[in-house]
Design a protein around this ligand. Structure first.
Ligand code: FES
Length: 104
């Protein structure tokens, strides 16, 4: 019997939005499910629209060659559309927005 992996908590700074993710979905998919809107376009790791800084935690990639150089990866840049949360994460995404209707 297999059990699903424990959820990872992803926090988006500087806003402090947080949501659960897992290594089976991309960070962009998990954010979208939680109604957190991150910059995006191609969703396949090539356009770099979603590129942002990983402040803490570890990601892996669902594709072999995400559109980042080795230096960019070493500097902490990640592509959420193809990145998977291996641990709890903190990402720096100033452009992030909550995709929820305004309370009246
Ligand atoms: S949306 Fe294009 S690289 Fe992530």
């Amino acid at each position: 019997m297999t059990s699903s992996p424990a959820p990872r908590i992803v926090r988006i700074e500087p806003h402090g939005y947080s949501f659960e993710s897992s290594p089976s979905v991309s960070l962009l998919e998990a954010a979208t499910a939680a109604q957190v809107r991150l910059p995006r376009s191609c969703r396949n790791g090539s356009c770099r629209t979603c590129m942002c800084r990983l402040i803490s935690g570890t990601v892996s990639y669902r594709i072999e060659w995400p559109g980042l150089t080795k230096e960019e990866k070493n500097e902490g840049w990640v592509l959420p559309c193809v990145a998977l949360a291996e641990t709890d994460l903190v990402l720096l995404v100033p452009e992030a927005e909550i995709d929820r209707p305004q309370q009246k």
